[in-house]
Ligand binder design. Structure first.
Ligand code: NAP
Ligand code: GDD
Length: 373
C-alpha cells in the first residue's frame, strides 16, 4: 500500500499543530512549511519535533520557487493549505501582503502541484472561511448562501475559494474548500477575541491586569473547538468526490456572552451596564475572597481601537451537509466546554508565568547580593 504523505502549509499555526498531531496518529508522514524569523517561534509544534514521521522545511507562500521545489521533493499525496495572514483587523493595515499570501499563495500551491505533474495523485484542502459570507445575506449560512466578503482578508480568501474551484473544474483536480467558522483553543493566537478574553480573565483573577478593553461586544460568532475541526479537514479529502463543506457547530453566541462565561470560569461574576462605547462589565461577585477588592470595579470596557472599518457581525453556520455526508459530529465540544478548556489553560499559564518571573527576579537579586555564583 502506498504511503500517505501530507504537506501542511501553516504548520506552526493553531490548526497546523492540531492537524499534524491528528495525521501522525493516522500513520501519515507529515511535512510542514516553516518560514524564517529572527526569533524561532514554534511553540505549538515543539513537542512534535524529533518525531520520526514529522519533517519541517523552509518555504514561503510568497515564494513560488520554494513551493515548487518542496512539492517536488516531498511528493505529497495530500496538501493542507492552512498558511495565511489570518487576522481580519490586520488585513486592513496590511491588505497587499494579505492578498499576496491568502489569494495568490493558493494559486502558487496549485501551480506547484501542476508543475510537478501531481494533479492526479495529490489532493488539496484549502482553508476557506465563514468570513466569505461577511455582510451576511442569510442566517444561518450554508454551502449555497451567497458570499459578500467584508474585509481585505475575506476578499483575498474569496479568490482562494474560486481558484480552487476553477482548478477542480478546469484540470479535474481533487481540490476542495472547508468553509470553516471560527474555531478556538488554548493554542489560539492571543489577539483573537476569545484568547484575548480568556487570558485577560485569568490575569485579572490573579492580579496581573486591571481591565480588558474590547471592541464590538454585540458581534455574533459560531465558535467551535479547533481540535474537532481538523478532523473535518481530513474527512473532506477522504470523501469520494471533491466538494466544499461548511464546518460549524450550528450554535451562535455574542462576544459579550463569551466574556461573561470566561470571567465566570475565572471566578468573577460580571454585570454589563450601559450601551455602545459606554458599556462596561462590572464585577458583582467573586469566588475567591482574596479578590473581594474587585467587587464594584469596571473590569471590561469598550475601546474604539478594536472596532473595524467594516465588521462581520452575524456568523452562524449550518453544518448539516458535513454531518450527513462526512459523518462529522458538530457538537463534540460544547461552547461551555470550549470556554472552560481555554480559561483552565490560561489560569495555569498565568500562574506558571508568575512563578517563572518570580524565580528570575529572585535569581537576579541573589546574584547581585553575591548569594549565588
Ligand atoms: P494561524 O494560527 O494564524 O496560523 C497561520 C499560519 O500561516 C502560521 O503557521 C503562519 O506562520 C503561516 N503563514 C503566514 N504567512 C505565511 C507565509 N507567507 N508563508 C508561510 N507560512 C505563512 O491561523 P489558524 O487559526 O491556524 O488558521 C489556519 C487557516 O485557516 C488560515 O488560513 C485561516 O485563515 C483559516 N481559517 C481559520 C479559522 C479560525 O477560526 N481559526 C476559520 C476559518 C478559516 P508563522 O507561525 O510563521 O506566522
Ligand atoms: N480580535 C478582536 N479583538 N476582536 C474583537 C475585539 C477585540 O478586542 N472586540 C470585539 N471583537 C469582535 C470582532 O470585531 C469580530 O466581530 C469578532 O469579535 C471576532 O473577532 P476575531 O476573534 O478577531 O475573529 P474573526 O471572526 O474576525 O476572524 C477569525 O475567524 C474567521 C472565521 O470566521 C479568524 O480566525 C479568521 O482567520 C477566520 O477566517
Amino acid at each position: 500500500m502506498s504511503k500517505n504523505i501530507a504537506l501542511i502549509t501553516g504548520v506552526t499555526g493553531q490548526d497546523g499543530s492540531y492537524l499534524s498531531e491528528f495525521l501522525l496518529s493516522k500513520g501519515y508522514e507529515v511535512h510542514g512549511i516553516i518560514r524564517r524569523s529572527s526569533v524561532d517561534y514554534r511553540e505549538r509544534i515543539a513537542h512534535l519535533e524529533g518525531t520520526p514521521n514529522f519533517h519541517l522545511h523552509y518555504a514561503d507562500m510568497g515564494d513560488s520557487m520554494s513551493l515548487v521545489k518542496l512539492v517536488g521533493k516531498v511528493q505529497p499525496t495530500e496538501i493542507y493549505n492552512l498558511a495565511a495572514q489570518s487576522h481580519v483587523q490586520v488585513s486592513f493595515d496590511a491588505p497587499e501582503f494579505t492578498a499576496d499570501v491568502d489569494a495568490v499563495g493558493v494559486l502558487r500551491v496549485l501551480e506547484a502541484v501542476r508543475t510537478n505533474h501531481l494533479e492526479k495523485t495529490c489532493k488539496i484542502y484549502q482553508a476557506s472561511t465563514s468570513e466569505l459570507y461577511g455582510k451576511v445575506e442569510e442566517v444561518p449560512q450554508n454551502e449555497k448562501t451567497p458570499f459578500h466578503p467584508y474585509s481585505p482578508y475575506a476578499v483575498a480568501k474569496l479568490y482562494g475559494f474560486w481558484i480552487i474551484k476553477e482548478y477542480r473544474e478546469a484540470y479535474d483536480m481533487f481540490c476542495c474548500s472547508g468553509i470553516l467558522f471560527n474555531h478556538e483553543s488554548e493554542r489560539r493566537g492571543e489577539t483573537f477575541v476569545t484568547r484575548k478574553i480568556t487570558l485577560a480573565a485569568a490575569r485579572i483573577a490573579q492580579g496581573k491586569q486591571q481591565c480588558l478593553y474590547l471592541g464590538n461586544l454585540d458581534s455574533l460568532r459560531d465558535w467551535g473547538y479547533a481540535k474537532d475541526y481538523v478532523e473535518c479537514m481530513w474527512l473532506i479529502l477522504q470523501h469520494d468526490k471533491p466538494e466544499d463543506f461548511v464546518i460549524a457547530t450550528g450554535v451562535q453566541h455574542s462576544v459579550r456572552e463569551f466574556t461573561d462565561l470566561a470571567f465566570k470560569y475565572a471566578g468573577i461574576t460580571l454585570e454589563f451596564k450601559g450601551e455602545g462605547m459606554n458599556e462596561v462589565g462590572v464585577c458583582v461577585a467573586v469566588s475567591n475572597p482574596d479578590n473581594n477588592a474587585l467587587i464594584g470595579k469596571e473590569l471590561v470596557k469598550v475601546s474604539e481601537d478594536f472596532y473595524r472599518p467594516t465588521d462581520v457581525v452575524n456568523l452562524w453556520g449550518d453544518p448539516a451537509k458535513a454531518k450527513k455526508e462526512l459523518g462529522w459530529n458538530p457538537q463534540t465540544t460544547s461552547f461551555e466546554e470550549l470556554v472552560r478548556i481555554m480559561v483552565t489553560h490560561d489560569m495555569q499559564k498565568v500562574a506558571a508565568d508568575h512563578v517563572a518571573a518570580t524565580m528570575r527576579t529572585n535569581l537576579a537579586e541573589y546574584l547581585e547580593k553575591g548569594l549565588v555564583k
